[in-house]
Design a binder for this molecule. Structure first.
Ligand code: TRP
Length: 335
């Protein structure tokens, strides 16, 4: 059997937070060190343009995301780490796939449907504010995946549909032209925590309830102090399973430390004390990486060189694949 290829993209909008770290970055970095699989990680900056038309923000977010992944120890010798926009074959493949993917399939995409529905509810034209980029988003994502014939795509639940669309697009192309693509599969890891944010809802930039990953010690302490708790006094038993403080604790602590904190909750630990311990735990895990993160932000030439090396390696796959695709659809030199 061919080696398993695992691929995932990170949209370059926003600054990474603790929820991204626990839910996506940490497990991906662990996977990047597994020499029995081939991992592909890339910064989806063309995807960023769909949501964000502010060039400074896209630029800044790309820098922060690259520095974050490298600072946290992404193994770029083992794994491929590149920027989507450095692989011109990706938009090229997107077009070919656009000419193949059914429009009706795209009509069913959740993100697009939600935008149409929001317009209808607001009494707007259904297409109001909807770009071709938003509509074609799943085709660009299919190109990302199919370009490298990836088998497994680790994603959050909201992305399963897109991977299934990529699968559909691959099968249709293979059927119509030639067996070029591997139909990919989404993998959702239920064992990684979906972290709760300051207000107890899922930690998400859109809820404005995040704890930033590398905001500095003071900011981290301040943020943790803002986690919403109830009014139980010190000495009153507290329910760990109903507490964001405890949930974040469990995402960072060993099994033994988690059991100890559970007992502390039952013994009525004060909220202030629990938060103080939480800060120390999280800070200990993050502070070495935070220092590297700052160094990387100060050395963009180094980060750029790492990305260029990644792009070079990625294009060893994408150039020949695109060649096969062109041949398959009848775009070839005259012979
Ligand atoms: N759309 C994904 C997200 O918003 C990011 C992404 C882009 C991606 N291309 C991908 C994920 C390919 C997996 C595979 O999370």
């Amino acid at each position: 059997m061919a080696r398993q290829r695992v691929l995932t993209g990170i949209t370059t909008t926003g600054t990474p937070h603790l929820g991204n770290y626990v839910g996506a970055i940490r497990p991906a970095i662990a996977a990047s060190r597994d020499s029995s699989i081939d991992s592909f990680f890339f910064m989806a900056d063309y995807h960023a343009l769909i949501k964000c038309q502010d060039p400074a923000l896209v630029r800044q977010s790309s820098k922060e995301i690259a520095a974050t992944w490298l600072a946290l120890g992404l193994d770029t010798e083992q794994a491929l780490f590149y920027r989507q926009s450095d692989i011109p074959e990706i938009p090229e493949l997107t077009w070919v796939l656009c000419c193949n993917a059914a429009k009706g399939l795209m009509n069913r995409a959740h993100a697009y449907k939600a935008a149409v529905q929001a317009n209808e509810e607001a009494g707007e034209d259904p297409d109001f504010g909807i770009t071709m980029g938003l509509f074609s988003y799943p085709v660009l994502m299919a190109a990302d995946i199919l370009m490298f014939n990836a088998h497994k795509i680790p994603v959050g639940r909201d992305q399963i549909q897109h991977v299934e669309m990529a699968r559909d697009i691959a099968q249709r192309f293979n059927h119509n032209f030639a067996e070029v693509f591997t139909p990919p599969e989404a993998v959702v890891d239920d064992s990684v925590a979906v972290l709760r944010g300051l207000d107890g809802r899922k930690m998400s930039k859109s809820y404005n309830n995040t704890i930033p990953l590398f905001a500095g010690e003071k900011a981290l302490r301040k943020s943790i102090n803002k986690i919403k708790t109830n009014l139980l006094e010190p000495g009153e038993p507290k329910d760990p399973d109903d507490s964001t403080v405890f949930q974040v604790w469990a995402a960072f602590a060993s099994a033994d430390e988690t059991a100890r904190m559970r007992a502390e909750f039952e013994n009525g630990i004060a909220w202030g004390e629990a938060k103080k311990q939480l800060f120390e735990l999280v800070n200990a895990e993050l502070s070495p990486a935070r220092e590297r993160y700052q160094q990387l932000l100060d050395d963009p030439a180094h980060v750029e060189a790492v990305l260029q090396r990644g792009a070079e390696r990625a294009r060893e796959y994408s150039v020949p694949l695109m060649q096969r695709v062109r041949e398959a659809v009848g775009i070839a030199p005259m012979r």
